[in-house]
Design a binder for this molecule. Structure first.
Ligand code: ACO
Length: 327
């Protein structure tokens, strides 16, 4: 049976570092509040003329180099993003042209912060079905483009960046993506959304002046749900693979809040040392976050052949998912 393995990883974060102190000059906040409540110290913001597809290109090129493949062997591009360059065409199509890969199919997936896991799952199944052999999977976000810098409850939490992996077919059936557990609950979209700019509330002068094009979030509700669904999803994935927490070498959680990650560690009874975290440096980069952390862990030599890696995320939708990979 064909499996899908990660041949290479890559990531990119913009040069501009924005510290908590920098934000405290714009909104009524403090380094102390942000660090204590979230664990974030700083984040990166893209330049005005740097779009999501530009960051995606950097991450993709790094993943291609790391995988040591000719880019022409890529036969499908999927980009996870909630901050596309524009509503259409997809960021994946724009990336395809920037990479110089005409004609191969390309599309976006919108699952907010769970986008990386959703997309990896789609790519895995497309490879296992035999239709594609080498898929470029990207998570990329310019969250700064939808942040309200008059809203201290949200603008301190997010950052920009991109990540990519090359997922490729392999005849080694015991390696690669072993299982995905994912879910969604669309009953309360208002707890995390960007209200305007779609067909329900097209752009008008009112929608702009009422700040409806910015991200809105009920942080407390998200927090409670995140802790519950992430834990349960990981347990589902472990059970499906007949594994226990002890078998996991490394956990790469979506980087939203250190307190959420600590609760998850407790629920799974996995030591925090086994988690790869970097939200102190990048904040929540949404669909890019798991891929950035994965790339960092790979580059740091934290992942060896045969290791069992647990990925887990939640995001707007609500959406959530977990995945187990054997490296
Ligand atoms: N600086 C200073 N004070 C602040 C700030 C800030 N940046 N933000 C809020 N406060 C104040 C509030 O106004 C409140 O003041 P009050 O008590 O006088 O009313 C107080 O701090 C406490 O606010 P809470 O909302 O209760 O703070 P909480 O401990 O819940 O932390 C946080 C807020 C960090 C947002 C937390 O709820 C959280 O992380 N939630 C999850 C969010 C998340 O992960 N979202 C990403 C989802 S992924 C995706 O798809 C995009």
């Amino acid at each position: 049976m064909t499996s899908a393995i990660i041949l290479g990883t890559g990531s990119y974060t913009p040069k501009k570092v924005v510290t908590n102190d920098d934000l405290s000059k714009i909104v009524d906040t403090s380094d102390e509040w942000i660090q204590t409540r979230t664990g974030i110290r700083e984040r990166r913001f893209a330049e005005e003329d740097e779009a999501t597809s530009d960051m995606a290109l950097q991450a993709a090129e790094r993943a291609i180099n790391h995988a040591r493949i000719a880019k022409e062997s890529i036969d499908l591009i999927i980009v996870a993003t909630m901050t596309p360059d524009m509503p259409f065409p997809s960021t994946a199509c724009l990336l395809q042209t920037k990479l110089g890969l005409p004609c191969i199919p390309a599309f976006d997936v919108q699952a907010a912060c769970s986008g990386f896991i959703y997309t990896l799952n789609i790519a895995n199944n497309m490879i296992r079905s035999g239709q594609y052999k080498t898929v470029l999977v990207v998570g990329a976000e310019k969250t700064s483009s939808i942040l309200d810098f008059e809203d201290r409850t949200t603008c301190v939490l997010f950052g920009d960046g991109a990540s990519a992996v090359i997922l490729s077919s392999s005849e080694e059936s015991s390696v690669g993506l072993l299982h995905t557990d994912s879910g969604a609950d669309g009953e309360h979209p208002e707890i995390l959304c960007q209200p305007a700019g779609g067909s329900a509330m097209p752009a008008t002068t009112d929608s702009v002046s009422n700040r409806q094009h910015f991200l809105k979030m009920n942080g407390k509700e998200i927090f409670k749900k995140a802790v519950r669904v992430m834990g349960q999803s990981c347990i589902n994935s472990l059970e499906a693979c007949h594994l226990t927490s002890d078998d996991i070498t490394l956990v790469i959680p979506h980087q939203a809040n250190m307190r959420i990650i600590e609760s998850l560690a407790k629920r799974l009874e996995i030591s925090l040392d086994k988690f790869h975290n970097n939200l102190d440096l990048y904040g929540n980069t949404s669909a890019a976050s798991i891929g950035i952390a994965l790339d960092e862990a790979v580059q740091a030599g934290r992942i060896k052949k045969g290791d069992l890696i647990l990925l887990v995320a939640f995001g707007a939708g609500l959406t959530w998912g977990s995945q187990i990979l054997r490296w």
